[in-house]
Design a protein around this ligand. Structure first.
Ligand SMILES: C[S@@+](CC[C@H](N)C(=O)[O-])C[C@H]1O[C@@H](n2cnc3c(N)ncnc32)[C@H](O)[C@@H]1O
Length: 260
């Protein structure tokens, strides 16, 4: 993936991203803030502010990093008064010791070889790293199978596809931290108190909403436009044959790691 593609993949549709993407559970915000160390909060890859607005409402000293200027423009409108620095995490130098670093659906975009040490450097001793993601799970086995075939036809494989998991694929008991979090590989060398939080919700999309949602996902945005349109048309046709909506279980997972 080139730098241009990485930087522009979401900004190309910043307003639409903000309209269609889901937010995050209020309980997650409460739980993460309860665990945070004292001091200011840093958000990495704030996007248009889907998580930022929830944290900013809790009366905290919040600063955001967002490298894409079009995402940052929407973010400034979403959370007026919250400082927004247009930078990647890699290119930014910490100005003080933070009590909490959050990252919603963005930690995997930060350089895998550097993100643990960058988080360590941004946090004060006792500070908390808390990246989190929404994970989409299909409860309908027939639809899951049909969409897996569509994804395979278009080369849309891997966990980035919102159709890659059936609810039965997720164990009820929490998995060991290292198994749950390949995105945080090696974190135990620098951090302690490793924990996973999970929140469960459901979400239903009309066909039009789901079409817009697919357009906002990087897996689809990385396709050239004709291939993207064909893959999305094919996906929507299969869903339409099953019914007027697509229903998901949405699990939100947060990884917690404390700087000693
Ligand atoms: C999937 S979006 C998530 C946005 C927002 N946090 C949310 O929950 O909707 C990923 C965001 O990470 C940003 N990003 C990409 N690479 C980054 C990096 N190296 N450092 C910080 N942010 C980055 C992108 O510009 C994009 O806004």
């Amino acid at each position: 993936m080139t730098t241009r593609e990485r930087g522009q993949v979401f900004g190309e549709l910043a307003e639409e991203y903000d309209r269609i993407r889901p937010g995050y559970p209020a309980d997650l915000v409460t739980d993460v803030l309860e665990q945070a160390g004292p001091g200011p909060v840093l958000e990495v890859g704030a996007g248009t502010g889907k998580a930022t607005a929830l944290f900013a409402a809790r009366d905290i000293d919040l600063t955001c990093l967002e490298p894409d200027s079009r995402m940052a423009a929407v973010l400034r409108r979403t959370v007026p008064g919250v400082p927004v620095i247009e930078s990647t995490f890699e290119a930014w130098t910490p100005d003080r010791g933070y009590g909490l670093v959050i990252s919603a659906q963005a930690w995997h975009w930060v350089d895998a070889d550097r993100r643990n040490t960058l988080a360590h450097a941004a946090l004060a001793p006792g500070g908390l790293l808390a990246p989190f993601w929404n994970v989409f799970l299909l409860p309908d086995r027939d639809l899951y199978t049909a969409l897996a075939a569509v994804d395979a036809r278009h080369g849309l494989t891997g966990r980035q596809s919102p159709h890659s998991l059936h609810v039965d694929d997720v164990p009820d008991a929490p998995r060991p931290f290292a198994e749950q979090w390949p995105e945080l590989a090696g974190i135990e060398k620098l951090f302690t108190d490793l924990r996973t939080l999970r929140y469960r919700a459901t979400r239903s999309y009309t066909l039009a909403e789901y079409r817009a949602h697919l357009h906002s996902i990087s897996l689809y945005r990385m396709l050239d436009e004709p291939r993207r349109d064909t893959a999305i048309d094919d996906t929507i046709a299969v869903i339409e044959a099953h019914g007027p909506t697509i229903d998901f279980a949405v699990h939100t997972y947060a990884a917690l790691a404390r700087r000693p």
